[in-house]
Design a protein around this ligand. Structure first.
Ligand SMILES: *Cc1c(COP(=O)(O)O)cnc(C)c1O
Length: 456
């Protein structure tokens, strides 16, 4: 590989060294594509995390995926644990999804008029999910959250939203807000371009802190439209909450006439068909889905009781629409994927496979006294460089430990294993990961951990 690039790949001279460090994979073609992409897109990407800013090297440009594997432009093959950030619970290019999409595409791609496919996907969801009576399809998770926030405000006739530090809900203005100082604070915007006045409508508190929520309800009595939470926070590491805490939120919302809003864009159809609501048996008032629901195509959805959804236009006064909402090709992918998920034993097998994988990794690290813990639920897992038994709040994640992830990421790529390019991101197992894939991946992870901890 050319030297100038190689230098760039190695970050700030902070190189893992030692006898078992593998040579870097070739990224010549990816690097050339990236150079070109930078002339077209800010940072060379269409979503910031893809730019590999917190790991070594330039981003890999992916050419194809099949089952658990992806191939980049240089022909490197990887076992993929990113799964397009969660949607691909059946793996890449699943034949059932592909065939259904191709079948539906024969008839055209979009009509801007209702199709039977929307009914079909909605029926799969509503019949198998006791938490939703009516829903609306949109085209992304962000759009689902944005629409549902408007619905919550329209329905309750209140303006304020309470969110939690460490939960991500897409890039809608009202939620690009982070905690200020103090137990209960108005948010501070976490992106330029978000008006201060918008952030003033969002209250931000720490996760797993009942007192903060109680104080917020006392201070903003009858003003909070919704409490929004990722019931399985998986965008800032995996900050697993206790059922009892989610039930506390349920109760305090009920008492105050506030809607409990579960953002299940990751957890929906992931930890079970009914998502986190089903997993914990805590009933939210409003739910959003995304990612898995579209089978790898752009679909989001928000849903609730028939009564609350009755407030959405044209039945009610809360406006929300979309040119490509309920797009037939996207619906087709969703139908094919959710149909597979409903097969008996699907989640049991997937979750068991994940547990065996993560248990083995934890045993390896524990036996060597590594400061390393695997947090996991369903088929989601997160590698944390910590000795803590649990991490439930964003401020418990050690930012300095991300340096170790950066090294791990590089070692894993060099051993044919692809993780999302940030230590704050979780990994996903799909039904396409075979026993052999997971054995290979484990070996790569063991070797890479040795390099990270022993530099050899
Ligand atoms: C990914 C995600 C979103 C945003 O979905 P997009 O499709 O990226 O807009 C919202 N909420 C959660 C919990 C997510 O994980």
């Amino acid at each position: 590989m050319f030297d100038s690039l190689k230098k760039k790949f190695s970050g700030d001279g902070d190189e893992p060294v030692g006898t078992t460090t593998k040579p870097d994979i070739s990224r010549e073609k990816s690097a050339a594509l990236y150079e070109k992409a930078k002339t077209y897109f800010p940072g060379g990407v269409n979503s910031p995390v893809r730019a590999f800013k917190s790991v070594y090297g330039t981003p890999l440009f992916i050419e194809k995926g099949d089952g658990s594997a992806i191939w980049d432009a240089d022909g490197n093959q990887f076992i993929d644990f990113c799964g397009s950030w969660g949607p691909l619970i059946l793996g890449h290019n699943h034949p059932k999804v592909r065939e259904k999409v191709m079948e539906v595409m024969q008839n055209g791609t979009s009509f801007g008029a209702p199709t039977a496919l929307e009914n079909e996907l909605a029926e799969l969801i509503v019949k198998n999910n006791k938490f939703i009576q009516k829903l609306r399809f949109v085209s992304s998770g962000t759009e689902a959250v944005m629409s549902a926030i408007r619905l919550a405000r329209g329905y309750t006739k209140r303006d304020k939203i309470l969110k939690f530090e460490g939960c991500y809900h897409g890039h809608t203005d009202a939620l690009l807000v982070k905690a200020g100082s103090g137990l209960v604070t108005f948010g501070e915007t976490s992106s330029a371009g978000v008006p201060k006045s918008f952030a003033d409508e969002t209250i931000v508190v720490a996760l797993n802190d009942k007192a903060a929520v109680e104080e917020a309800f006392a201070e903003f009595k009858d003003q909070i439209a919704a409490v929004i939470i990722e019931p399985i926070p998986a965008n800032n590491g995996l900050l697993l909450q206790e059922k009892e805490y989610l039930q506390f939120l349920r109760d305090i919302c009920t008492k105050n006439g506030t809607l409990l809003f579960f953002d299940e864009v990751i957890s929906g159809f992931r930890v079970g068909f009914e998502g986190a609501a089903g997993y914990y048996q805590v009933k939210p008032d409003i739910i959003t889905y995304g990612k898995i629901i579209g089978g790898g195509l752009p679909v989001g959805c928000y849903g609730s009781s028939a009564e609350i959804m009755g407030n959405v236009s044209p039945d009610g006064p809360v406006y929300q629409g979309g040119t490509l909402s309920g797009n037939p090709v996207a619906m087709a992918a969703g139908i094919a994927q959710l149909t597979e998920l409903l097969r008996s034993g699907f989640y049991k097998d997937l979750n068991k496979k994940t547990e065996e994988f993560t248990d083995a990794i934890q045993r390896f690290a524990t036996a060597r006294n590594y400061t390393f813990k695997v947090f996991t639920i369903g088929s989601i897992f997160w590698f944390a460089f910590t000795n803590k038994e649990s991490i439930r709040r964003a401020d418990e994640v050690d930012a300095a430990s991300m340096d170790k992830f950066k090294k791990l990421h590089r070692e894993l790529l060099n051993r044919g294993v692809y993780f999302g390019p940030s230590g704050y991101e979780v990994g996903f197992i799909s039904s396409a990961h075979t026993k052999i894939d997971l054995e290979k991946a484990k070996r790569a992870i063991f070797e890479s951990l040795e390099v990270v901890f022993n530099g050899k």
